[in-house]
Ligand binder design. Structure first.
Ligand code: UD2
Ligand code: MN
Length: 637
């Protein structure tokens, strides 16, 4: 009963509280630059919500002290100028206890004003660049879909749009509630939204439709010339919109994304993202950021504000001409809940005559989470994601779909029950190009097998001990890497990249593994060759001479300064001189082109699993299995 009483008390609080949730703009210089925005007209909004973000089951577990710890209104100048929010130990504990509700720090989020100030992270050339005046730019509908988003993160997204968009171009904000169960997203949200002096509407799905169909619902209502999609935990920075709309005015088939900055999931600190990354994907069809290749950086050095062509988009934040979105077939309506739609629309845009671009002058922050807070009703998240990815692969990837199925046999099993005929029809009607064209023209640096590259294992012919010593690489900070020889484990975790050497079962092969999500850490090891399709010991040896693993990893070597010694390492591919190898089919040697040295066994044997030892590039000797390698092709078609 006590909880019921508490709950009604808080509900009442939501309705009656007059705590200002937005700080007055006058204190913050940054806001002087937004006079043309709606907020420049002095919109003041009020709301109070007390633990309103928490579902009942979470609230029940909190102590009275925890419940009282936070008024869920901006405290002091918490988070201003994008600074980290500092919490005391008790608040941190509360944050941990309720972490899983949002998979970010709700206590920190609730401390920060909806209209917090942010640093201007743009480079000088961007600030100085001029765009067409707002009244000659296309207008935009900003569409934000959400399922059980926290009140503060949702409204901070909305406020940042209102605050930092020229009012002439902001046609409307459309919030699409994907069947949230949280009470505060109902009447309390409606009341709050009614106080905003901007065209804004809330559309509510009557069943859980997933983010893809929710966005389609928003798009169907939109009146602006351009659709701008945002996740529900974003913050737009000064000048975010003009580059996006300006570029679409120039080319209506350009689908443009801002640089996505990081709002720290624990502190809500605003961290500038790296402008020179672009979107790609791995063999498993997971979206990944990869470095823009050096030749492209060089080409762009003339004008650092120019768009970066991107093979794929991250998915959440982009602008697209509304009519073009329709012409292209919107989104695949059959995609459920979460995932895959970003690759699908990226392939479709490129293959059917458009472009996906990242605009370095547009910055929007996003809370990247390490886990999903969403439930996947009825099915497992894996099954839903795989069904979506089967749709991507079947419609757009032609023969490369088989590579995906090799890495995801569970997806292959779903294939028979999935019908993509209507999407294939769209592909035909739009006369879209094939996936081979996409790889060759949009992403020539890709690491998928090509007819003229070797795809398979790299096996060391030197007899290995029964210990199966592994060549293991670890990052030691500052980007430098140390190699070790370790006893091979059977269960490779995905945070490691192995270089496995040997014949199947007895010899060792080169194996590679990606880092943890969000971290660019890779490890290289020699382990016992396996017989199945272990993607981590499968490499592409290109005709140009690069040895690439999944995740854009290249086998390379650097010279120890002031010595003749070279060290083998695994690095993100970058067309650097030290990434090329020549394989002698007759001698079976793998010669490092820049040093002229031969890939050789590690100098010392591993003593135990944690023993770190340096592997070697050695002067090429005559004969000797130590320097002999065999390339074993793997079937993927
Ligand atoms: C990324 C994208 C996201 C989407 C996703 C793949 C960014 C920054 N984010 O994942 O937009 O493309 O990849 O699908 O590029 N939501 C619903 N209904 C659901 C599930 C989610 O409305 O059933 C909302 C959710 O509240 C959020 C948005 O969809 O606003 C994206 O979900 P997310 O934030 O969990 O996805 P994220 O950022 O991990
Ligand atoms: Mn998100």
């Amino acid at each position: 009963i006590g909880f019921v009483v508490l709950w009604s008390f808080f509900t009442v609080m939501i309705l009656v509280a007059q705590d200002q949730y937005v700080r007055s703009g006058a204190d913050y210089d940054e806001r002087k630059t937004t006079e043309d925005s709606y907020m420049g007209r002095g919109v003041q909004v009020v709301v109070g919500h007390y633990n309103g973000n928490l579902p009942d089951e979470k609230r029940k577990n909190l102590t009275e002290e925890q419940l009282n710890a936070n008024n869920y209104k901006p405290v002091g100048d918490a988070g201003e100028m994008g600074k980290a929010v500092k919490l005391n130990a008790m608040e941190e504990k509360l944050a941990d206890d309720i972490w899983s509700v949002n998979q970010f720090n709700l206590v920190a989020s609730d401390r920060i004003a909806f209209n917090r100030s942010l640093p201007d992270v743009r480079k000088k050339a961007c600030k100085e660049k001029s765009y067409p005046p707002p009244n000659s730019l296309p207008t935009t509908s900003v569409i934000i879909v959400y399922h059980n988003e926290a009140f503060s993160s949702l409204l901070r997204t909305v406020t940042s749009v209102i605050n930092r968009s020229p009012k002439e171009v902001l046609k409307e904000i459309i919030l699409v509630d994907d069947y949230s169960s949280r009470e505060f997203l109902k009447t309390a949200l409606d009341k709050y939204v009614a106080t905003l002096q901007v065209p804004i509407k809330v559309i509510r799905a009557t069943e859980r439709v997933g983010l893809i169909r929710a966005r389609l619902m928003g798009a169907a209502e939109a009146k602006g010339d351009v659709l701008t999609f945002l996740d529900s935990h974003c913050e737009c920075t000064n000048g975010w919109l003009e580059p996006l709309l300006g570029r679409i005015k120039e080319d209506r088939k350009a689908v443009v994304c801002p640089v996505i900055d990081v709002i720290n999931d624990r502190t809500f600190a605003y961290q500038k993202g790296i402008e020179l990354f672009r979107g790609g994907f791995n063999w498993n069809l997971q979206f990944r950021w990869y470095a823009v290749p050096p030749h492209e950086i060089k080409r762009r050095s003339v004008d650092g504000t120019s768009p970066i062509a991107s093979p794929t988009m991250a998915g959440g934040l982009f602008s697209i001409d509304r009519k073009y979105f329709e012409e292209l077939g919107g989104y695949d309506h059959e995609m459920d809940i979460w995932g895959g739609e970003n690759l699908e629309i990226s392939f479709r845009i490129w293959q059917c005559g458009g472009r996906v671009e990242i605009l370095p002058c547009s910055h929007v922050g996003h809370v990247f989470r390490k886990a999903s807070p969403h439930d996947f009703p009825g099915k497992s998240s894996g099954k839903i994601l795989n069904s979506n990815l089967v749709r991507v692969a079947e419609v757009w990837m032609d023969e490369w779909k088989h590579l995906f199925y090799k890495t995801a046999p569970q997806a292959l099993q779903l294939k028979h029950s999935i019908d993509v005929s209507d999407r294939i029809e769209i592909r035909k009607q739009l006369h879209c190009k094939d996936f081979d064209w996409y790889l060759q023209n949009v992403w020539p640096e890709h690491f998928l097998p090509k007819p003229d590259s070797m795809f398979g294992r790299i096996k060391h012919l030197s007899a290995s001990s029964s210990e199966y010593p592994c060549l293991h690489w670890a990052q030691v900070g500052g980007g430098s890497k140390r190699a070790s020889l370790q006893k091979c484990g059977d269960n490779f975790d995905r945070t490691e990249v192995y270089l496995q050497i040997g014949s199947a079962l007895k010899h060792e092969c080169i194996v590679s593994r990606p880092g943890e999500p969000g971290k660019r850490h890779h490890t290289l090891t020699l382990t016992k060759c396996t017989l199945g399709f272990d993607m981590w010991q499968i490499w592409i040896y290109t005709k140009e001479g690069q040895i690439k693993g999944d995740e854009h990893q290249c086998l390379s070597a650097i010279q120890v300064s002031g010595s003749q010694q070279w060290i083998v390492q695994l690095k993100e591919c970058g067309e650097y001189e030290n990434e090329f190898w020549d394989y002698g089919t007759y001698k079976k040697t793998m010669v490092h082109r820049q040093s002229g040295l031969c890939l050789d066994q590690p100098i010392e044997k591993a003593k135990d699993a944690s023993d770190i030892k340096t592997p070697s590039l050695q002067k090429c000797s005559r004969g000797g299995r130590r320097q002999q390698w065999e390339l074993l092709r793997v079937d993927w078609l």
